[in-house]
Design a protein around this ligand. Structure first.
Ligand SMILES: [Fe+2]
Length: 386
């Protein structure tokens, strides 16, 4: 991202500002607060490679995923591989398992040597994996985190182009003259995996692990209103690709009464693709979770759906891309702060009315070694209703 020449450079004589901070964050990082990146990470991963799930019924899973917009890359009685249209590895690995659950993420290493460095640094082992190599780690939340290198990409598939739009009236000829706009209600064409959002009872520990081990960097922090001095409780975290812009978040992580999958998000071409494919899902009887709207942290136009096992999946388009110069923004966590426009986030999205959350909260309060205490719970409940 090009630095705006009017904006003072970090370390300069004037107060530090960056473009996204002034748009939607109260302030940037204050002295003594979490810097949002590690001083000396073990490696810097290059991206999210795929997500692994288990599902009891692969036929039903395949029907939903096709309706949601994935392309089947491979199918065996025990495994379903799904992909986007862009050249990449498969982005979803679904294995037959006793219950529907998210298993863990796989990240793309920047170089083969990084796998050895990770193995040395964590006591792991590099093994052959799907035509390349991988090392399997475990993060403090308990997720198995795979880092891979050399797994061959699947070739790009043809894809729908974004619709030509007649913007404004600047005196220039319309892009679309003598032609109508008729986006079809059909399954989306997913381009690629964007990010995964996870809840954890050990947010700070898991955050630091991802920054120190995988070299991820924070784009935005959220804190509980009135509890900023207790540190952040949510982070939107991206890959550090130096001067190459990277998705605003590849991983979003939030302190929650229960460790678990929140959602994963997949990029499509444009807003009509998000909206029209949502109509298609609605007509097929799938459960809508929240949307259409535009997020604040990441700016994506989003729409959220539940699959038949109630796992949440997001279509998005037009997300922010930050290079490594962008510093973390800080903002209070609230439901109304999740979107710039769109309907208010539903309880279906936040899980606020899920009775299992209350049980999990009581259990988390009793358990030792996590970051859930009464202050945090009170703040989270307040955030869910503000
Ligand atoms: Fe998301």
């Amino acid at each position: 991202m090009k630095q705006d020449s009017r904006i003072p450079v970090r370390g300069g004589p004037e107060s530090v500002q960056d473009p996204h901070r002034s748009l939607h964050s109260e302030t940037g990082t204050r002295p003594g607060e979490h810097p949002g990146r590690s001083g000396n990470p073990l490696v810097k991963v290059a991206g999210l490679a795929w997500l692994e799930f288990e599902k009891p019924d692969l036929d039903r899973a395949e029907r939903f995923y096709a309706d949601f917009g994935f392309t089947v890359a491979d199918r065996t009685p025990e495994t379903l591989l799904l992909r986007g249209r862009w050249a990449s590895t498969a982005c979803l690995v679904v294995r037959r398992g006793p219950r529907a659950r998210f298993v863990g993420p796989a990240f793309q290493a920047a170089a083969r040597d990084d796998l050895d460095r990770l193995a040395r640094g964590t006591g792991g082992t590099v093994t052959a994996h799907w035509g390349g190599h991988g090392v399997l780690l475990r993060d403090p939340s308990g997720y198995p985190v795979r880092v891979v290198d050399g797994v061959p990409d699947l070739a790009a598939l043809p894809e729908r182009a974004p619709l030509p739009l007649n913007f404004g009236n600047s005196g220039s000829a319309p892009v679309r003259a003598n032609a109508t706009q008729r986006p079809a209600r059909q399954p989306a064409e997913i381009q690629r995996l964007g990010h995964v959002a996870l809840g954890t009872t050990r947010f700070r520990e898991a955050l630091d692990w991802h920054l120190d081990t995988l070299g991820l960097i924070v784009s935005d922090f959220l804190y509980l209103d009135g509890q900023r001095d207790r540190g952040p409780v949510m982070a939107f975290i991206r890959c550090d690709l130096g001067s190459v812009p990277s998705d605003h978040h590849t991983l979003a992580m939030a302190l929650m009464p229960q460790t678990g999958y929140l959602h994963s998000a997949y990029q499509v071409a444009d807003i009509d693709e998000v909206a029209a494919s949502g109509e298609y899902l609605r007509e097929r009887g799938y459960r809508h979770a929240w949307g259409l709207g535009r997020h604040i942290q990441g700016s994506q136009i989003f729409d959220y759906w539940r699959d038949p096992d109630r796992l949440m999946f997001e279509h998005y388009t037009d997300g922010d891309m930050f290079d490594a110069t962008m510093e973390p923004g800080w903002a209070p966590m609230s439901v109304s702060g999740l979107a710039q426009w769109g309907p208010k986030a539903t309880a279906e999205f936040t899980g606020a009315k899920d009775p299992r959350v209350v049980v999990a909260a009581i259990k988390a309060l009793r358990d030792k070694g996590n970051e859930i205490d009464l202050h945090a719970l009170r703040g989270l409940i307040k955030a869910m209703s503000s």
